[in-house]
Design a protein around this ligand. Sequence first.
Ligand code: ADP
Ligand code: MG
Length: 283
Amino acid sequence: ATPAALTAATGELALDGLLVTRGHTLEALAGATDVVFDKTGTLTHGRMRLVRTDCAGELAPGQALLLAAALESGSEHPIARALTDVASPGLLTAHRLANHPGEGVAGEIDGQRYRLGKAAFAAAGRALPALPSAPEGATEIWLATDDAVLARFAIGDSVREDAAEAIAALQAQGLTVHLLSGDGEAAVRQLAAELGISRLKAGASPEDKLAYVGALQQAGSRVLMVGDGINDAPVLSRADVSVAMGGGTDVAAESGDMLLIGNRLASLPAAVTMARRTRRVIR
Ligand code: ADP
Ligand code: MG
């Protein structure tokens, strides 16, 4: 390898907002066959806001929100911010708070245990109450005790402006694009359709994410993973080469081979082009 060509390429990528933090990154990038994207905070801005609250029983929506805000008081997840933005997290005090990455949070308020998060986690096998349908594409977050499912919060996010273009460019480069998310089926399908991604997996736990990438590798693919969250850190490490979004969690940033500082997804196809060109120069 000629160090000069590598140094020049790395420098040019940095100008484009993509900081290479490990050796052999460009070589791996040039050889990638598949790109796997996380959804929230990666293809979307991760600036989530509450769009609707529905309660199942006699609990008032405002009260449900106070419970949710207290339960989220220790979480850095974009969903936590959406819920604490609209209700003061300090009005109720939650004890024994536990974070379940990729699933939700649990805690105790006034002696009552609560779970807040994806349906499978919050309701824990209990039937979901019939509620008016949530807005299309929204992330549905459920609040439940051990005895009853109490409320559903619909949380909206917006797609990054350059996501569709970046994905089309990666596909034109011959890469197979996947969407891998912990969010529910409806929200993930809606985004995949919008962005022209046909391979997707919804409701993925951190372990599911690892298994998904592992299966691709087993089948001979070389995987570029792009993610931002705490729960993405293991899968970023497992991938052949990885990009952490700037402004994501610290753990994700430390697990990535590259850091996308300005979050411009269009830098990804540009980096693939550059890596392939550099490899040709070196060989
Ligand atoms: P993604 O893979 O799209 O980035 P995550 O893996 O971070 O999403 O989260 C997956 C799902 O787990 C979320 O859609 C949500 O249902 C639930 N979840 C995770 N963290 C929290 C939290 N702090 N509060 C509520 N729900 C959460
Ligand atoms: Mg994420």
